[in-house]
Design a protein around this ligand. Sequence first.
Ligand code: MSP
Length: 625
Amino acid sequence: MDRVFYVTTPIYYVNAAPHIGHAYTTIVADFLARFHRLDGFDVFFLTGTDEHGEKIAEAARKAGLSPKAFVDQMSARFKAAWEKLEISYDDFIRTTEDRHKKVVQLVLQKVYDAGDIYYGEYEGLYCVGCERFLTEKELVDGKCPDHGIEPERRREGNYFFKMEKYRPWLRDHIEQHPEFIRPEGYRHEVLAMLAEPIGDLSISRPKTRTDWGIELPWDKDHVTYVWFDALVNYISALGYPEGERYKRYWPAANHMIGKDILKPHAVFWPTMLKAAGIPLYKHLNVGGYLLGPDGRKMSKTLGNVVDPFALVEKYGADAVRYYLLREVPYGQDGAVGEAGLKERYTSELANDLGNLVQRVRAMVQKYAGGRVARPEGVEESPLAKEAAEAVERYRGFVRDLRFHQALEEAILWVRRLNRHVNEEKPWELAKKGENDRLARVLYELVEGLRVASALLEPAMPGKMKVLRQALGLPKTTLAEAARFGTLAAAELPREAPQLFPRIEEKKTVTEEKTEQVPLIEFDDFMKLDLRIAEVKEAKKHPNADRLLVLTLDLGNETRTVVAGLAEHYAPEELTGKKVLYLANLKPKKLRGVLSQGMVLAAEGPDGRLSVLTPDRDLPPGAKVR
Ligand code: MSP
């Protein structure tokens, strides 16, 4: 029973095309679904579309389509979007399907029979954007805070659900079950809502206003209010009341939502369930809002809307998924944008992970004929203990909904492996003929990447498949990831694509740039004091991961240079090298160390830097002309 996990997204209104808010909520749910599958859970993952109500009928009219044709078309767009984002849902529910309508009517009838629905006149302030009546208190400057429009005053005959009656019960339930609504801040928000009367809930609309909805089973002149219709999707899709899926998965329900729909999920839904005699869901998990790169709410007028699908085209689905999960702590609002994505893509995905895979592959090919095998006693390696601890911390972070920290843990593990390369220096082991140790280190690196592939699988399922292929690795569960040394042997294919290739900016942009490089006079060139220098010593910068501190011999003097080479060279690889050096650059302190001049390097197509060395042996200090 506790190895069962049911995760849902909100079902999305089909009046708007899929955007980043939908994508984010769905990616989070997919991450959890994949994590639990990888951790041996029996998972059911549901998403879908919310297709009834005035707002949608209105959008169909504007599009010149019948409501049915319109919702079919829009719902298909959501499915296509989820395919692009590698969303691994098990079912996609549409509220216009018979299997759903049937259950909505059944639940309505149950609540009606229990005496919790009555008919009355209602007058209030209605926001069509929210599809609900708002209380005076919810308004900001007389407007709906989410839609920025003044709600309409409406008076009509409605059926009401006796929601207020369940308020004390719900408050007690939330107080006694601190994990019911997470993160904590939202739980308090709901308790505050429940501290005062919440009133009864209008749950019908007269057909004279709109007939695009599910009929009330006892009154054909009314259709169900959209929220009473939509929320039921979470059980209709499971085949409530008799379906095996319902019995199996409902007790393990985790709803993932955005904070704007907290009230319907935290107040309407539990009271509806209670009145219908249905057990409550297990957890309501509430995400914050993604904001534009400027930290403001995304809006077309501000021009700060981030299109996730354009980013997917350019960076790939996995990078976008990784970025959104890594960037914004779940539950909080956070600014996102292409610059941030690019930064993480380059530093964490291409440099930390992609380069490591390349390096390990190259070394295994060069020193071990493309094969590694488990050496005796590898479970005693310090890495074995660290891997088990990393997996445990990662699990804990995911269970606490700290997805950004879970991914940080994964990247720290990748960096740990990079350190292993730099500390063990396989090239030196090869030179010294220490073959056993070399074989062990190479195995540990491949095995370590197997662990990394499990930790990153829920966020980047596509890329992790490519990574496993590049290293000849099998798919790995989390339990197997925690057991370092599980891999018996691996044979690496000769060729493998680069995991995170450099992002090509649009051609035209670079071409323009090349033309714009200014021409200089010979005198300008002569101002440069370029020399050959010999690297006497190279060590890590004490305060910066990406920098190395080099001591250079210039023949008659010694200079210190801080160079951004730490991701491209292990310090010992540089020692003894003769390099091209710009000697008369103004000295500058870089992270606390004074840098005198600059070592020249060129960038390869994969973004790796290569330092420039003279073609023939030259003494330190030789002038470059
Ligand atoms: N149809 C209802 C949900 C019914 S569930 C029984 C609905 N649909 S929606 O399409 O308007 O929005 C669904 C989700 O998208 C909400 O959870 C909302 O929080 C999320 N997002 C919309 N914009 C968002 C951001 N900018 N950032 C993060 N999520 C936001 O509401």
